[in-house]
Design a protein around this ligand. Structure first.
Ligand SMILES: Nc1ncnc2c1ncn2[C@@H]1O[C@H](COP(=O)(O)OP(=O)(O)OP(=O)(O)O)[C@@H](O)[C@H]1O
Ligand SMILES: [Mg+2]
Length: 502
């Protein structure tokens, strides 16, 4: 099957998002669609999958023009999409989500037995044995939700599969499984469009790449003839500085000290300290309890044991507001449900935690707030029409930057980062790393959970590795390698990890 998009245009109100875009994909091809945050990738793929209608342009399959007015049209044509923003219905079970609108039936009645068996089959294929088809989707972790989305797309048996950042919430083990499945699908002639900001993945799995810049198509290349720098140049139209900017700060006194931390069921026995100006990375597989450490520290989950001291003083954190009051900031991984208030503007979101700062005698000073927000938008290169735009209308990566902006207006003493660069483009990542380094230079103690091993290794001073809810070693980043971290993350002993590093 050969799919051709030609001359696609799309505007949202006055904003032209896609201008005359061409995009081709053929059977048995894994085709990367690349571009900076806000370049128009998701919009183009939503047009292909019937979520949006193009204002102009044509879609053809094997040379024949087709009309795709709804997602069902796309599905009927064999086109399935895994969306960037997960959209399972939280109140429904995993299997209800998987088969929504196309439940297997017997004598006209939904056959729950068949539904469960089929759900099990697709989930097992992805190595997601721990996801129960009867579980409510809302109770799954972000990574598990992503697995269910992938299972759903696979179960549609599509000829064209669009994956809009499918690995954003997965760790290496799950990504390996996904890549194996993608190679199988490719061998069976399925065409896959692959959107990802993880450069390593593009070179590992894709055959071709197409690049969008500011809503325009800038070129197609074969991966084999393309280098990392070429991709960056095509995407941003300029060289970016170092991918991982260096940090020259020497860590100072211990700021945050955590002893024997536990919550009700996910983690226990967690002990570490973080110095002023230090970045402690937290690595581990999906479900190993990385985010749970941050949630317990922030008072977002119930702490059942453990002492936390900040600058030598014991803290009693009962809820997020006491954490914020004590000087702890948190960039959450789940921007949709925790990080942002959809329906509020970029400005309102960015200043949410610091309104007091702009208030004099209880009245919010508009000009001070506006100036601060304008500065943040510029500093983080947030691509938004203006500060008053609803964050809902921002591209995924730009939403992530707004979450970050919230904590920059007034740096906290301790900053907890959960996947801070998820979905952020290569230039934006470098900007976020620079900000992390600036915060470290100001003496902020930083704890950073990340699934991207190159990021953890390059940005951390030390790395705490989690395995099944417990910590399995803290390593100096300088001595660690991807192999040694993975060894510890899969339960290896310190000796085995050291051997893997050598
Ligand atoms: N429903 C909408 N209303 C208004 N503007 C929108 C809407 N959806 C997208 N946009 C705008 O269209 C542009 C392209 O967004 P899109 O989501 O396609 O980018 P993207 O390339 O997928 O970026 P990312 O890498 O961050 O996911 C952005 O400037 C975004 O703000
Ligand atoms: Mg997108």
């Amino acid at each position: 099957m050969q799919v051709t998009l030609h001359g696609i245009c799309k505007a949202f109100g006055p904003v032209r998002v896609l201008e005359n875009v061409d995009f081709n994909i053929g059977a048995g091809e894994i085709h990367a669609l690349m571009g900076e945050n806000g370049a128009g990738k998701s919009t183009l793929m939503k047009i292909l999958s019937g979520v949006y209608q193009a204002d102009a342009g044509e879609i053809a399959i094997d040379g024949k023009s087709v009309q795709i007015r709804h997602t069902v049209d796309a599905e009927r044509l064999g086109i399935a999409i895994i969306h960037q923003e997960l959209n399972l219905i939280p109140q429904l079970t995993v299997m209800e989500n998987l088969f929504l609108g196309r439940e297997p039936r017997r004598f006209g009645v939904v056959d729950t037995g068949a539904m469960r068996r089929q759900a099990r089959k697709w989930l097992d294929m992805l190595g997601a044995a721990r996801i129960d088809p009867h579980m409510e989707a809302g109770r799954l972790s972000i990574g598990q939700q992503q697995m269910v989305e992938i299972a759903k797309a696979l179960s549609l048996d599509a000829q064209v599969l669009v994956m809009d950042e499918p690995t954003a919430a997965l760790t290496d083990r799950e990504i390996e499984t996904l890549f194996k499945i993608m190679r199988d699908l490719k061998a069976r002639g399925v065409a896959i469009v692959y959107v990802s900001h993880r450069m390593e993945e593009i070179f590992q799995i894709c055959d071709k790449l197409s690049v969008l810049r500011d809503g325009k198509f800038v070129g197609e290349r074969a991966i084999a003839d393309t280098h990392f720098e070429d991709v960056v140049r095509l995407m941003v139209g300029r060289e970016i500085g170092e991918r991982f900017p260096r940090r020259d700060t020497t860590p100072g006194e211990v700021r945050l000290k955590v002893s024997n931390l536990a919550d009700d069921g996910h983690i226990s026995g967690i002990s570490f300290d973080v110095r002023a100006g230090e970045v402690l990375g937290v690595a581990g597989l999906m479900g190993a309890g990385r985010s749970e450490i941050l949630k317990a520290l922030f008072g977002a989950s119930r702490k059942t044991a453990g002492q936390i001291t900040l600058d030598g003083r014991a803290l009693d954190i009962r809820d997020p507001s006491s954490a914020i009051g004590a000087g702890i900031g948190f960039v959450t991984e789940d921007r949709k449900s925790q990080g942002l208030v959809l329906g509020m503007s970029v400005r309102e979101n960015a200043t949410l935690v610091h309104l007091n700062r702009y208030a004099r005698l209880g009245v919010v000073s508009d000009s001070a707030e506006r100036a601060a927000v304008a500065g943040l938008i510029k500093q983080l290169r947030i691509r938004t029409r203006d500060a008053e735009l609803d964050v809902k209308a921002l591209s995924g990566g730009n939403q992530q930057k707004v979450v970050f902006a919230k904590w920059l207006a007034e740096p906290p003493k301790v900053l907890l980062l959960d996947e801070p660069t998820r979905g952020v483009d290569v230039g934006g990542k470098a900007e976020i790393y620079t900000i992390v380094n600036q915060l470290a230079a100001l003496g902020v103690a930083i704890v950073m959970v990340s699934s991207e091993l190159p990021e953890v290794l390059a940005m951390s001073d030390r790395i705490l590795v989690m395995h099944q809810g417990r910590q399995n070693g803290i390593f100096a980043a300088a001595d660690a390698t991807q192999e040694s971290i993975m060894t510890a993350a899969t339960g290896g002993t310190p000796a085995q990890a050291a051997m893997a590093a050598a």
